[in-house]
Design a protein around this ligand. Structure first.
Ligand code: BGC
Length: 246
């Protein structure tokens, strides 16, 4: 079996695991290190290096990163250090670990995994994968094809700010609101996306997807809403799948 290392860089934790791409699941344990603060490129490279060392890994690495990613470069920095804007993720992490990195947006990575191995498998309509964590990440698929870097966590919300400041997990924690109140807000957000895109399916990933059963009754869109089958590992698995395709 040919296992590829997938790394999911998040605003609060960086997680890695070897991924079996034939079975679409982790091969062994995952290893997590807290995201350094400030999350500068140098500090993040050190943390990513710990993960690569932990696995004693020398092959190609797939990396989901929480920003717009174009040609390996970060083009935004909503929940990470601003010095990432314009930085080459693949070069910085590759140089630090003496391996070859392939980087893509974290939500796009999770979406790739769910479309291939999870709840999106065989879905031909319009599908959104939404990662609910410190920020809100989105991946959009039509007939199985990804439209990369959609960034719909930043649709302008009621007060002119990003929607993610209203209904991400990060917002729930920061505003100290109950999960029920949060779910009401998130439902408004899903209805907004439904009005704009008429999706057939919403797949929810990220940390909040683990609690899906506790709030599913509060989500009332016409489109089906399901938790990611790969839950919080979708980002790791999709990052490895992305690397394997480059
Ligand atoms: C970023 C996205 C990312 C999402 C989830 C947002 O703030 O702009 O690029 O996918 O957070 O991490």
């Amino acid at each position: 079996m040919n296992a590829i290392l997938g790394i999911d860089v998040g605003a609060s934790g960086i997680k890695g695991a070897l991924v079996d791409l034939e079975k679409g699941r982790l091969h062994g344990e995952r290893f997590r290190v807290p995201t350094p603060r400030p999350s500068t490129p140098e500090a993040m490279a050190g943390a990513v290096g710990e993960i690569v060392d932990f696995f004693g890994y020398t092959g190609i690495v797939g990396c989901g990163f929480p920003s717009i990613v174009k040609n390996g470069m970060a083009r935004s920095a909503a929940n990470i250090d601003q010095t990432w804007i314009g930085a080459n993720i693949e070069k910085i992490f590759g140089d630090a670990t003496q391996t070859t990195f392939f980087a893509t947006n974290d939500a796009d990575a999770a979406g790739i995994a769910e479309m291939r191995f999870g709840m999106g498998k065989g879905e031909q309509g319009l599908v959104f994968l939404i990662t609910i964590g410190t920020g809100l990440g989105t991946a959009l698929f039509y007939k199985g094809m990804l439209v990369p870097n959609t960034e719909l966590g930043h649709v302008m919300w009621k007060n002119g700010k990003s929607a993610e400041l209203y209904c991400s997990s990060g917002a729930r924690e920061r505003l100290k609101i109950s999960r029920k109140e949060w779910a009401g807000r998130f439902n408004e957000y899903l209805h907004h996306l439904e009005r704009l895109f008429s999706p057939d399916l919403f797949i929810l990933g990220g940390g909040e997807s683990k609690f899906f059963d506790s709030y599913k009754e509060l989500l009332t869109t016409n489109a089906r809403v399901v938790p990611a089958k790969l839950l919080n590992n979708a980002g790791i698995i999709g990052a490895a799948a992305f690397a394997a395709e480059q």
